[in-house]
Design a protein around this ligand. Structure first.
Ligand SMILES: [Zn+2]
Length: 382
């Protein structure tokens, strides 16, 4: 079995390489917007529109007209069209209509590792050299990198790389397919976790983990006011923008570290982890509106638990989101419908008189419900 892992390195391009990266990002954006426009127009006229593969065939033609497209990695342009197709797929599944890409937002491009052989020699377009701390990328050639100091080599096949610019810095995320040898799964421990807003996590061992990342709103508002006062196109405006981007980057990084720590601990200490299958989208609407921080920590925790469980031969079980985990008394199973009211944080069971903490009680029920699902699965497979 193979698994895909992403490795992120900081890139240190030379001035020329930096220019080429920026150019490639620009061309990828141009292709995206050009064909989005084309799709909209064609659809209005004919009720149909081209697939990404039909669009790809038009790139050489377009390059004759716009010579600068030839200067960049052509793979990145094709990936732009696949991105566009994905955006339309998401639209058909209920997301918003694809938007035109603006300069300075999500500045990135993707390229694939293309393998070939010639006269008995094998070639790959992306090469990672951790000893010499370089990565070879199409058109850019060798670029200096930093990261994963403790590794000399990463075994596996490189599939693709995403080159991105964030707050004036450059990064590359390399996707590597690694072989996975999986021992038999024999669980000896289980944990239920209740995910929430104030306490990010309450576990069935009655541990509470708070969201420790505080956003300095005052400073952010101050910076944004400062930005509004700067003249459009001025150097000060650019500097101010960079300051805001760096602040967001800092918060995002701190949060990522926090979530890595939390999920690493959960995965290390437990064989089966049970959570609710939450409707994160609607929670996001209510609580996480801060611009520039589009990922919600809860969906990030679940996303990490999913892949880390897979890597470490552990199991993540997600129970039905409509299971009334908060209302059921974990001692006597009485269902107290009054607890539906979210403001009730503590309650006493009217049948067995146990005093309950809302979230802790829920996490115990989540654990039992997950155990039930796991046992059922075993019965079916035996
Ligand atoms: Zn009870």
């Amino acid at each position: 079995m193979q698994i895909l892992k992403g490795y992120v390195f900081r890139l240190y391009p030379t001035k020329e390489q930096e220019q080429l990266i920026n150019k490639t990002i620009g061309c990828s954006r141009f292709i995206y917007n050009y064909f989005l426009d084309d799709k909209i127009k064609e659809y209005k006229e004919t009720g149909k529109s081209k697939s990404a593969f039909d669009q790809m065939k038009l790139i050489p033609l377009l390059s004759k007209e716009k010579e600068w497209l030839k200067e960049v990695d052509s793979c990145s342009l094709r990936n732009s069209l696949l991105d566009l197709e994905r955006a339309f797929k998401n639209f058909y599944n209920g997301s918003g209509f694809p938007k035109f890409k603006a300069k300075g937002v999500h500045e990135r491009y993707k390229t694939n590792n293309i393998k070939s052989s010639y006269k008995g020699n094998h070639y790959e377009t992306i090469k990672l050299d951790l000893k010499n701390k370089t990565i070879t990328l199409p058109k850019l050639k060798e670029v200096k990198i930093r990261g994963y100091r403790n590794k000399e080599v990463i075994p596996g096949n490189i599939k693709s790389a995403v080159i991105k610019k964030e707050a004036g810095r450059y990064y590359v995320s390399v996707l590597i397919e690694e072989p996975l040898i999986r021992p038999a799964f024999v669980p000896t421990s289980i944990i239920g976790i209740d995910l929430g807003i104030k306490n990010l996590i309450v576990t069935s061992y009655n541990e509470k983990i708070e969201n420790t990342i505080k956003i300095n709103n005052k400073r952010l508002i101050g910076l944004q006011r400062g930005l509004a006062r700067c003249k459009a196109g001025s150097k000060n405006r650019y500097k101010m923008k960079l300051k805001i981007q760096r602040m967001y980057q800092k918060i995002r990084n701190a949060r990522k570290h926090m979530i890595h720590d939390i999920t690493n601990k959960l995965i290390k200490e437990n064989d089966i982890i049970v959570t609710e299958n939450l409707d994160v989208k609607s929670m996001q609407k209510n609580h996480y509106v801060a611009k520039g921080l589009n990922e919600n920590p809860i969906s990030e925790i679940i996303r990490m638990l999913k892949y880390k469980a897979n890597w470490n031969n552990k199991k993540l079980i997600q129970i039905d989101r409509y299971y009334p985990s908060s209302q059921i008394c974990n001692v006597c199973n009485y269902q107290n419908k009054k607890v539906k009211d979210l403001s009730i944080r503590k309650w006493e069971c009217p049948v067995c008189y146990t005093n309950h903490d809302r979230d802790y009680n829920a996490s115990v029920n989540i654990m039992f419900e997950g155990l039930k699902i796991y046992m059922k699965g075993i019965k079916h497979s035996v």
